[in-house]
Write a new protein. Structure first.
Length: 315
């Protein structure tokens, strides 16, 4: 038992019966990359590129971007780094990509919708990612934010391949994309659930409004149902679906997500050890049981309490 506990405190993420679940970092720039790269984790599941350019007043050039991406990839050696293309708009305004005021910015032209209107911004970024990827050993992959439809996913994948980048993915953070994940996944290689926005859009509760935290709770059974629906599409297509929203860093919820079929968890790097430990103390079958319990609950609080109780019994 001691050996098992020790084994689950280092190395790649896995359940106690050796089902692999990659443990990855969410990062926002070079400083984060250097810190996370030195940590025992399997790479980056979400590099929020818009964070690098929050104070830029003009669009960064290919050369500027290439040198930043190179510095971000380097600390990860041959590990995976998933770069998210600019998620500008709503809670992450970028002055060089500002289209003027919108009535409802969270429902407006943000994320990939902005890239559709300004393909030049996307192409510059993809060219820089491709150039930086060529001079590092990292397994560089790119994904698009705020995808709602299969056409958008296919459009993005085509552009990514035109730049010679081998792997394209999409974030699933809009309920429409979750419900149609089979079709959304058809033209891409992977998807990653953005549980922060997925909760916002499922519950119709503004993520910037602190007094709505109860509705934004990723334990809300409706959010879990939507995640389960997305994972079914992943299973049907054989393409991996990960999680890169804050939910992945909650060790109890991580067990539920794995039980729902999630293949990797990306989180604040400080959360990796506790999530690794929780996974190492449960089998995949136990995770599936916890997921079923959570979905049977009537409220978020009941779901959390039922899973906490059952998870304690398992170990
Ligand atoms: C999310 O929406 O869950 C996510 C990971 O992206 P962001 O928080 O940057 O919107
Ligand atoms: Mg998001």
């Amino acid at each position: 038992r001691r050996t098992a506990a020790l084994a689950s405190s280092v190395g790649p993420g896995r359940t106690s019966d050796d089902h692999p679940v990659a443990l990855l970092a969410n990062i926002g720039g070079v400083e984060d990359a250097v810190a996370a790269g030195a940590q025992d984790l399997e790479g980056v599941g979400l590099f929020r590129t818009e964070f690098v350019f929050l104070s830029a007043t003009s669009a960064p050039t290919v050369e500027e971007q290439t040198s930043i991406y190179r510095a971000v990839f380097e600390p990860f050696g041959g590990r995976k780094v998933v770069v998210r293309t600019l998620d500008a708009g709503a809670d992450k305004p970028l002055s060089f990509a500002d289209l003027g005021p919108e009535e409802n910015p969270a429902l407006g032209r943000r994320g990939l919708r902005l890239s559709a209107l300004h393909p030049d911004l996307l192409d510059t970024q993809l060219a820089a990612v491709a150039a930086a990827a060529q001079v590092t050993r990292a397994d560089v992959q790119v994904m698009a934010p705020m995808v709602a439809t299969a056409e958008e996913a296919a459009w993005f994948a085509r552009r990514v391949r035109e730049h010679g980048l081998p792997k394209a993915g999409v974030m699933i953070e809009v309920p429409a994309a979750a419900l149609r994940s089979r079709q959304v996944l058809a033209d891409v290689d992977f998807a990653s659930l953005g549980t922060n926005d997925l909760a916002q859009y499922t519950m119709a509760a503004d993520r910037m409004q602190g007094d709505l935290a109860d509705l934004l709770d990723p334990w809300q059974p409706a959010v879990l149902d939507i995640i389960a629906a997305a994972c079914e599409g992943g299973q049907d297509t054989g393409k991996p679906i990960g999680v890169c929203g804050e939910a992945g860093g909650d060790p109890l919820l991580a067990l539920v997500l794995v039980g729902l079929g999630v293949a990797s968890l990306s989180m604040a790097p400080s959360k990796v050890p506790v999530v690794r430990y929780a996974l190492g103390r449960h089998t995949l079958a136990q995770c599936r049981h916890l997921a079923a319990l959570a979905r049977q609950a009537r409220t978020a609080a009941d779901a959390r309490a039922a899973v906490r109780h059952a998870a304690d019994q398992d170990v």
